[in-house]
Design a protein. Structure first.
Length: 252
């Protein structure tokens, strides 16, 4: 493996949250990333609400190369617009690449299944005619974001043995988590789990969990698969010959 000091910095971009657990979770996740890749410069920047803000982090790089890895689970406005704009405005912006959002990806399925198991999901639930899962996510008006979330629901259902998994949203889109629970109940599914498709704790994750009629999994948080996925997205973007432009992000 080449020496990491020759590599661009990994700047993890979190949305930001008023819930103090979100920041502590992201910081712990980045410690996992550093353990997996000793010597790699790993930094954090927030889109809003928490410090350091992304603009401050990029300024602190003093024009050095970097890869922005969004701690976001699907395509949407932040990935397509906010990150390219921040990169373009930063010193040495021509040396900044932007990675794809984390999802959809099999490593996220691994993390979701692990969190469901921790909450009480058993392998035999995947073959039960009474079980179902709601994949709760933040939601976005961007149609590609919803497409990514539905794809994750499909991948999760396949991994769980074919149990129905319904994508639901805490904002912007339908169905809501309670609506998705009712839809599954109408199909005879009464053991309904909520899988928390959130990178960290926060208001949306808490509300979604409260709507679970059976079990609710924790957010992805510091799961080892998430740390591996951050590095995977970093390497994908690092090896591209040119910085990612907005039209490329839209087509990714």
């Amino acid at each position: 493996m080449p020496p990491t000091h020759h590599r661009p910095s990994l700047v993890a971009v979190a949305h930001g949250s008023r819930d103090p657990r979100a920041l502590s979770t992201v910081l712990a996740l980045l410690e996992r990333v550093r353990e997996l890749r000793p010597g790699l410069d790993v930094r954090l920047g927030h889109i809003e609400l928490n410090e350091p803000l992304l603009t401050e982090t990029l300024t602190g790089l003093n024009g050095a190369p970097a890869v922005l890895v969004p701690l976001l689970l699907s395509r949407g406005y932040h990935v397509k617009h906010d990150l390219p704009q921040a990169a373009a405005a930063a010193p040495g912006g021509e040396h900044i690449r932007i990675a794809r959002p984390l999802g959809p990806h099999p490593l996220l399925v691994e993390a979701l299944c692990s969190r469901l198991a921790e909450a009480g999901w058993h392998e035999e639930d995947g073959t039960s005619r009474s079980a179902g899962v709601v994949l709760a996510s933040a939601g976005s008006r961007d149609p590609e974001s919803a497409e990514d979330t539905r794809r994750m629901a499909q991948l999760l259902g396949e991994r769980l043995g074919g149990v129905p998994v319904v994508a639901a949203y805490a904002s912007a889109l339908a169905p809501t988590v309670p609506d998705a629970v009712r839809a599954l109940t109408s199909r005879g599914r009464h053991r309904i789990a909520v899988a928390s498709y959130f990178a960290a704790p926060g208001l949306f994750a808490t509300r979604s969990a409260a709507a679970a009629p059976w079990i609710a999994a924790d957010p992805l948080g510091t799961h080892p698969a998430l740390a591996r996925l951050l590095l995977h997205r970093y390497e994908e973007a690092r090896t591209r010959p040119y910085a990612v432009r907005r039209h490329e992000l839209s087509a990714a």
